[in-house]
Design a protein around this ligand. Structure first.
Ligand code: NAP
Length: 245
């Protein structure tokens, strides 16, 4: 069996961690990235190694082009090419529009939108040359519906969706598929910061009546990376318990 390789940005916790463990169990060599939480990233690597998987740590800021260039130089030194790229790194800096500082706008757009841009640009030519690749971008239902208090986050995720569809069109006849996952309300550190009242309010509008788990998202990522999804590209697939229909 040929070894397959995946890069997952933001793999130290939450959805990225669940994707890393799922891909490792599917026998991928996993390149694990995050920016700050290196102890947690080492812990994910340990979990993968304990299950006899293989991985490489690739710390760096996905929103910084120099960091991404260095990450891809290491990837190229280790493997013939990435099979799968999961652009998962993301942050929130919430606030109503008048309260949003320039720094809040820049930080969210840098991590969520530019991060995906830098990694896709680096993966583009190698995937095109090998005539194979699966790019999976973590968007959000908020990028489709908008959300009060999340102008910066919604703009970044709407941008990810536009970039996904454009890249899908550029690469469709090159054997490379590009899709976005739009999670709804998933139990992670990102949503743990919300008050119980806000969580109850959001859960009330989810037809299934519960928050999603990180594995719900990772399962879709694993499917989109598999040959079973070969005729699916340019799509935005929601994992949200029916929240947005
Ligand atoms: P999380 O638990 O806060 O994890 C975010 C991950 O991204 C961490 O590993 C973090 O590591 C990394 N990260 C942040 N900025 C980075 C950067 N500039 N470069 C590299 N890594 C970076 O978040 P999550 O809930 O799992 O969310 C994962 C993705 O799903 C995000 O794109 C998020 O917007 C999206 N999403 C989540 C939900 C939800 O309900 N949870 C809903 C819709 C969409 P460091 O701390 O080391 O930077």
């Amino acid at each position: 069996m040929n070894q397959k390789y995946v890069l997952i940005t933001g793999a130290s916790r939450g959805i990225g961690r669940a994707c890393a463990l799922a891909f490792a169990r599917n026998h991928y060599h996993v390149f694990l990235n995050c920016r700050h939480s290196l102890d947690a990233l080492h812990q994910v690597a340990k979990e993968i190694l304990d299950e006899h998987g293989s991985c490489t740590l690739l710390p760096g800021n996905a929103g910084n082009p120099d960091d991404v260039r260095k990450m891809f130089a290491i990837i190229e030194s280790i493997c013939p090419g990435l099979d799968v790229l999961v652009n998962n790194a993301g942050i929130t800096r919430d606030g109503l529009m008048p309260m949003l500082k320039d720094a809040d706008w820049d930080a969210v757009l840098d991590a969520n939108l530019k991060g995906a841009f830098h990694c896709m640009r680096a993966a583009y030519r190698p995937m095109m040359k090998q005539k194979y690749g699966k790019i999976i971008n973590m968007a959000s239902v908020v990028g489709v519906t908008g959300n009060a208090g999340q102008v910066n986050y919604a703009a970044s995720k709407a941008g990810v969706i536009g970039m996904t569809k454009s890249m899908a069109k550029e690469l469709a006849n090159r054997g490379v598929t590009v899709n976005a996952i739009a999670p709804g309300f998933i139990r992670t550190a990102m949503t743990d910061v919300l008050s119980d009242d806000v969580k109850a309010e959001i859960t009330r509008v989810i037809p299934m009546g519960i928050m999603g788990e990180t594995e719900d998202v990772a399962n879709l990522a694993a499917f989109l990376a598999s040959d079973a999804s070969r005729y699916i590209t340019g799509q935005v697939i929601k994992v949200d318990g029916g929240m947005v229909m």
